[in-house]
Write a protein that binds this ligand. Structure first.
Ligand code: UDP
Length: 346
């Protein structure tokens, strides 16, 4: 397989490129570097000069994407490129819909026209547990058949994309030219590559674990817990934190398991929930620093509790999280951020 990785310069996309390159695949990473970084692309090119290319482009630039797909004879797309902040999506929904949906349709049109009009063979989509919104009590842990009712524009962009992709897959099947479509609904992704080459560097950084690590390292004076009055045991939100290397493994399994004509959705999360306070305790343990935490109001768009029921992905893909100790996840993130106090150089 020869794979286009959109958002390849981002946190998850770059880790996916690294794993796929190690597995021997030919990879073209595409990124507009709006939030992605050039340095990980240079690191990967240095390590895999023959099998890796980076293209600086918008994923919605249909003609350029088509050219890249054809020039490199790509047959598979892993689509990571998207804006991914719940709070930001509430503040600027049109930007999220434009970027995550309108741009993605440009990508899909290029995918459809590639290979002389035959189209790509497989598509792996980064969806999200945010598509579930606040699941009913009897659906936590969350199975894939849980009703999808997002609580944020971000969640809606992912849900709408699932529908668009299913419609596209259906049209391909009707033309006797089936595509393999897998939608992976991520829970919260954390940690970093264990060789220390790649890490998590967002600007702005709003994710809980890196924000807390920045507080522990003195890069910020304090941090806030967004909401301490939720109906959970300690009043804070509960999430499922999956290590980025385990998440990437799910992509490799999905890519190799889903057959032409199949449309599959899998949740990717370890199956255990941690409250915000439990995560902050882990960051304090790992860093050895008792940083300052303030209680703050709820953040718009946040669901109360989300953690995965991994039954389906275990049964169908044989996937299981290998790194389930939250201190190990936090330590990988901590080590990279500590070693890269200013993030990537470019
Ligand atoms: N959170 C927090 N303080 C922060 C950042 C996040 O209390 O500075 C909370 C947030 O409200 C949510 C959880 O941590 O309940 C995880 O948020 P994150 O932004 O990491 O991921 P999300 O669940 O939004 O994808």
């Amino acid at each position: 397989m020869r794979i286009l990785v959109t958002g390849g310069a981002g946190y998850i996309g770059s880790h996916a490129c690294q794993r796929l390159l190690r597995d021997g695949y030919h990879i073209v990473a595409l990124d507009n570097l709006h939030r992605g970084h050039r340095e990980p692309m240079e690191i990967l090119k240095g390590a895999h000069p023959e099998s890796f290319e980076f293209v600086h482009a918008d994923l919605g630039d249909q003609s350029q994407v088509l050219q890249v797909l054809d020039e490199h004879e790509l047959d598979t797309v892993m689509h990571f490129g998207a804006l991914a902040y719940v709070g930001e999506s509430v503040e600027d929904p049109l930007w999220y819909y434009q970027n995550n949906i309108a741009q993605a349709i440009g990508l899909l049109q290029a995918c459809d026209q590639s290979r002389g009009g035959k189209g790509i063979e497989r598509f792996i989509f980064s969806s999200s547990c945010a598509t579930y919104g606040d699941p009913p009590d009897d659906m936590i842990p969350v199975p894939e058949h849980c009703p999808q009712n997002p609580t944020s524009p971000y969640g809606y962009t992912k849900l709408h994309m699932e529908h668009i992709l299913k419609d596209y897959a259906n049209s391909r099947a009707m033309k006797n030219n089936p595509i393999a479509l897998t939608m992976l609904r991520y829970f919260n992704v954390a940690g970093s590559d264990r060789t220390g080459m790649l890490g998590e560097d967002h600007e702005p950084e709003t994710h809980l674990i890196p924000v807390a690590i920045n507080a522990a390292l003195g890069k910020r004076e304090s941090m806030s817990i967004f909401g301490t009055d939720y109906p959970t045991p300690d009043g804070t939100n509960i999430r499922d934190y999956v290590h980025v290397e385990d998440l990437v493994s799910a992509h490799v399994l999905a890519m190799n398991s889903t057959k032409q004509g199949e449309v599959e959705a899998f949740n990717v999360g370890i199956g255990k929930g941690y409250s915000v306070r439990e995560i902050l305790d882990a960051v304090k343990r790992v860093s050895g620093v008792d940083f300052t935490i303030h209680d703050a109001p709820r953040r718009a768009g946040d669901a109360i509790a989300l953690y995965n029921d991994p039954t389906k992905i275990k049964a169908k893909l044989g996937w299981d999280a290998k790194i389930t100790d939250i201190d190990e996840v936090v330590k990988d993130a901590f080590d990279w951020i500590k070693a890269h106090p200013n993030g990537y150089a470019s």
